[in-house]
Design a protein around this ligand. Structure first.
Ligand SMILES: [Zn+2]
Length: 139
């Protein structure tokens, strides 16, 4: 099996750019390189015998794409979050089965996430069956 090496965010060691100049006299078009426009002595002698002197370019800057911002998780949380009053009531029921509060809350949250049900009895039942399925391991 071959391992594929992935190198991210590789940047160029060299870059080039082309600049187009148009002669105001005859509309003749000239493409020149970055190296040429960086040179202060650089001139274009147009076919119409006009000497064109491009404004010297000092540097061009690469602007890398920014990573797309992830949608704010806040909206997602509120969607997945059970009403605290319901959670409280469910926890109390589960706690009567011997769960501690943290454990109960975790189970209820999971049941709510799975079903989006807000009925306390259903969530408690779900939690208990989830708990049984995991052989007592609550994760
Ligand atoms: Zn010209």
């Amino acid at each position: 099996m071959t391992t594929i090496n992935k190198i991210k965010n590789l940047r160029p060691t060299e870059s080039d750019a082309s600049f187009k100049y148009v002669c105001p006299n005859c509309s003749g078009e000239y493409w020149v390189t970055l190296r040429q426009v960086k040179c202060e002595q650089f001139v274009i002698v147009c076919d119409c015998d006009t000497v064109l002197k491009p404004k010297p370019v000092e540097q061009i800057k690469i602007r890398y794409k920014k990573k797309k911002e992830k949608p704010k998780s806040e909206t997602k949380i509120s969607e997945d979050l059970i009403d605290s009053e319901i959670l409280d009531r469910c926890c109390k029921s589960l706690m009567s089965y011997g769960f501690d509060k943290e454990e109960a809350a975790k189970l209820i949250q999971k049941a709510y996430k799975d079903t989006k049900n807000t009925d306390c009895a259903t969530l408690v039942k779900m939690s208990l069956s989830n708990f049984g399925e995991n052989n007592g391991k609550c994760n």
